[in-house]
Design a protein around this ligand. Structure first.
Ligand SMILES: Nc1ncnc2c1ncn2[C@@H]1O[C@H](COP(=O)(O)OP(=O)(O)OP(=O)(O)O)[C@@H](O)[C@H]1O
Ligand SMILES: [Mg+2]
Length: 396
């Protein structure tokens, strides 16, 4: 069984562990993603991972919530009809098995999983027709920006990222999850009347017309929504609501840029990271921010993200470091991963913030910064790739 890859979804750590155990004698089968819940938006994560592993099969443990899980499987199969899905449960009563098959499952594995049965199922997965998984899905992508310190430029990155995409006519939504900072609207010169509170209150009946009717539209064409001004209203928008909102967004929009602030242990920010195609960790070259990046990366990986979904962006990047700064090589060595991009420092940033407009809206003033930032967006969204390293090399 060369190179069989698996996605495993279960809310039960023991189940996920038992699948890992079953692989001990199957060296060619590899788990490439684990999902810690079987929720309605499972298909988003699955589609994202299928882009990287188009031939992977999915195991879903439905024992935690059979009814909800079967609905989740149905959505997964609608989004990726060729995906090979194995369902697992403690009992194999006829009714449940039939429902699973109707939802599109290819296999049923009784728990506790027997090694021989598991091996045979892997054989059938390996022999199943491969049509290239769910590649080329029409779902939008979520990009979350998280700073490893305050003031590193997280909001600036998120705001300009959304702006570049909107300038390119990509349908885009910018979301501010930094309840304390609430700076996205400020950087865009907007004073939104409606906030995430109203999104939460209207989630059940939310459609595109309603959403676009009450959130703010930036002159560049993207929509933005963020926290209410009153700090005590924190908590009125839950991580559960965010996951539902995210499902709505990826179905209706091509790109969603989230300012996650720096509080990574916040439930909302973590939920955003978990539904993101990519998480950009914004750092600078100071040691505290790099040390935190290390902690953030390992935390995100423990929370189910793959290392290649976590992309380190060095803001105010300079080659000419002072004694309390780290070089690119030192950063990469410490973090044990390549830096995704370096964005130069420029007076155009503060000038644009003072004006309440993104710097990419004034290309002439932003000059080199504008050019590098656009190359970053290209690389991040799978556009022109070749400019990337070149741009960073030229950044002094
Ligand atoms: N590339 C840059 N060059 C020059 N100044 C920058 C750059 N990026 C950010 N800044 C400046 O750093 C300050 C902080 O930026 P920003 O508010 O985007 O950071 P943040 O990480 O979101 O901060 P906070 O922790 O307050 O949310 C701003 O005054 C901005 O002008
Ligand atoms: Mg900010």
């Amino acid at each position: 069984m060369p190179n069989t890859t698996l996605l495993v979804a279960s809310s039960d750590e023991h189940f996920r562990e038992s699948v890992r155990d079953s692989l001990i004698n199957l060296p060619d089968v590899k788990i490439v993603a684990e999902y810690q819940e079987v929720a309605a938006n499972l298909y988003i994560r699955v589609l994202q991972d299928l882009e990287r592993h188009p031939h992977a099969g999915l195991i879903v443990d439905i024992s935690g919530d059979p009814e909800g899980s079967i609905k989740a499987i149905e959505k997964v199969k609608q989004a990726a009809p060729d995906l090979f899905v194995m369902v697992s449960n403690f009992s194999a009563d006829g009714e449940t098995v039939i429902q699973c098959m109707r939802a599109g499952a290819n296999e049923f594995l009784l728990q506790p999983i027997k090694r021989t049965e598991f091996r045979e199922a892997m054989g059938r997965l390996e022999r199943a027709p491969r049509h290239g998984g769910g590649g080329g899905s029409k779902l939008g992508k979520i990009y979350t920006f998280i700073g490893t310190r305050g003031g590193v430029g997280t909001t600036t990155m998120a705001v300009n990222f959304a702006s570049v995409l909107a300038q390119r006519k990509v349908s885009t939504v910018a979301i501010d999850l930094d309840w304390i900072g609430n700076d996205v609207a400020m950087q865009l010169g907007a004073s939104p009347q409606y906030t995430l509170m109203e999104v939460g209150e209207n989630l059940e009946r939310l459609d595109q017309a309603l959403f676009e009717g009450f959130v703010t539209r930036d002159p560049l064409g993207f929509f933005l929504v963020g926290p209410p001004d009153a700090l005590e209203q924190h908590g009125h928008f839950s991580d559960h609501q965010l996951r539902e909102f995210a499902t709505f967004l990826v179905e209706k929009y091509d790109a969603i840029a989230i300012d996650g602030g720096r509080n990574i242990s916040n439930d909302l920010v973590l939920a955003a990271a978990q539904v993101s195609a990519a998480v950009f960790l914004v750092i600078d070259q100071e040691f505290p921010s790099i040390r935190n990046a290390q902690r953030y990366i390992s935390f995100l990986m423990r929370m189910g993200l793959n290392q290649d979904q976590i992309k380190v962006v060095v803001n105010r990047y300079t080659k000419k470091i002072s004694s309390n700064q780290a070089s690119l090589e030192q950063i990469q060595q410490t973090l044990n991963q390549a830096v995704f991009y370096g964005i130069p420092s420029s007076p155009a940033v503060i000038a644009s913030i003072n004006k309440g407009r993104p710097f990419v809206a004034n290309r002439e003033q932003a000059g080199e910064l504008d050019r590098v930032f656009r190359a970053f967006v290209d690389k991040a969204t799978g556009g022109k790739k070749s400019e990337a390293t070149e741009a960073m090399g030229k950044t002094a």
